[in-house]
Design a protein around this ligand. Structure first.
Ligand SMILES: Cc1ncc(COP(=O)(O)O)c(C=O)c1O
Length: 417
């Protein structure tokens, strides 16, 4: 057996093997998955804009006007007008002086963290931060202090130990696998007390999903103007592809000069940029989409609770059902699929050992009846897979259990996510 075959066999044996499934059609509430019709309950197309006719038309039109590709990095062949227009609109949406587009959220986090910290400095990163933030910390060459999830006291302690080396606090606002929200006011207050420490907030799952008009958790917390860089993505609620960093003009200039993932990577494709512009128009014209998303999340949470699941950890459109062991999570996922509901199983290293889960992601375009039925299906699927919903762990308990098992820096240390 080759070394690669042995590694793959080991992943299979641990229940950690991954494969992609084939989806026919757009990321709507219903898809054909490997040829079978299912309710899609794990896409980040939260507002259903990825295949909205106005977004599609804008992307198609942009392909005809500006071409499909951007040609090169904007530092080489220039910023296209469509990029500039979206940056101005995003800055206005987020209430910042500037916004800078990146190729993806992954690239944005790599670039932003690397630009704002370096060798000899210390970055403070929440233990449940996304892999792109973790990789940004690694590439920055700064030392990383991983604080316990949403634990402001731990963060404060770390900042006090670091003294003048502390350069950056980085957190997601809505956590991608847990659906909980970071204590942003407390984090901003700590940064205020530690002069020179900057704050980066990744609003990948908050932009378009919460806050006034979908402006995100930073706006919801009344922190406009107090966060140094807000990272947002275009590939989730905004239905396109790409990302942005919203910040002041000085930091934007720093990013343009030092963010390697901006400088050394082709600008986002014009159709995606124009699609995101159209999605932003739709969001601003009809913030009720955000209300519908939140109302749908409430319905699904309530119905899952009736099935016996503990869903108290989530307050957003992302609802984790923590099963524990990776193989059981896979079995529940497969049993739900058999009954027509696709809710992906999320396993280590994306989440800590022992906290494998189904990550449910609600869309504004689901009907309430579909969500009620999905909860029943998942309840039955869990039982069929030998898992009693009442033993599902609340997020905080699962995290504590992972820590007690000595798994503290799981994702920050794992090879992939
Ligand atoms: C919190 C968070 N940040 C960044 C990203 C990366 O964004 P993108 O998919 O645009 O690369 C993700 C992707 O899922 C994410 O969950």
């Amino acid at each position: 057996m080759s070394e690669i075959a042995a590694r793959l066999a080991e992943l299979k044996q641990l229940g950690l093997y991954r494969r992609t499934r084939l989806v026919s059609g757009p990321q709507g509430p219903h898809v054909l998955l490997d040829g079978k019709p299912v309710l899609l309950l794990c896409s980040n197309n939260y507002l259903g804009l990825a295949d909205h006719e106005r977004v599609q038309a804008a992307a198609a039109d942009a392909a005809l006007r500006w071409g499909v590709g951007a040609g090169s990095s904007r530092l080489v062949s220039g910023t296209m007008t469509v990029h500039r227009r979206l940056e101005q609109r995003l800055a206005a949406f987020k209430g910042t002086e500037a916004a800078l587009l990146f190729g993806s959220g992954y690239l944005a986090n790599l670039g932003v963290v690397g630009a704002l910290s370096g060798a000899g400095e210390m970055v403070f990163s929440d233990e449940l931060n996304h892999a792109s933030i973790i990789d940004g910390c690694r590439l920055s060459r700064a030392e990383t202090f991983v604080y316990a999830h949403n634990d402001v006291e731990h963060l404060a302690w770390g900042l006090a130990q670091a003294g003048p080396r502390a350069s950056l606090i980085v957190t997601e606002s809505v956590f991608s696998m847990d659906g909980d929200v970071a204590p942003l006011e407390d984090i901003a207050e700590l940064a205020r007390r530690h002069r020179g420490v900057r704050v980066v907030v990744d609003e990948a799952h908050a932009t378009g999903c919460l806050g006034p008009g979908g402006r995100g958790a930073v706006a919801e917390a009344g922190l406009d103007g107090e966060i140094d860089v807000v990272v947002g993505t275009l590939g989730k609620a905004l239905g396109a592809y790409g990302a942005f960093a919203a910040c002041d003009a000085e930091i934007a200039a720093l990013l343009t000069n030092t963010a390697r993932s901006l400088i050394f990577s082709t600008a986002p494709p014009p159709p995606a940029v124009a699609g995101a512009l159209a999605a932003l128009d739709l969001l601003e014209q009809s913030p009720r989409r955000v209300e519908r998303l939140q109302a749908n999340a409430e319905v699904l949470r309530a119905e899952l609770a009736r099935e016996g699941f503990d869903v108290t950890g989530s307050s957003t459109q992302i609802i984790p059902l923590i099963v524990g062991d990776a193989s059981t999570a896979l079995r529940v996922c497969e049993a739900a699929l058999e009954r027509g509901v696709f809710a992906q199983a999320i396993r280590p290293p994306t989440v800590p050992d022992g906290t494998s889960r189904l990550r449910l992601a609600v869309m504004a375009t689901h009907t309430k009846d579909e969500l009620r039925e999905a909860a029943r299906v998942i309840g039955r699927a869990a039982l069929q897979a030998g898992f009693r919903p009442a033993t599902a762990m609340p997020v905080a308990v699962a995290q504590e259990a992972a820590r007690a098992g000595g798994v503290v820096d799981f994702a920050h240390e794992a090879d992939a996510a």
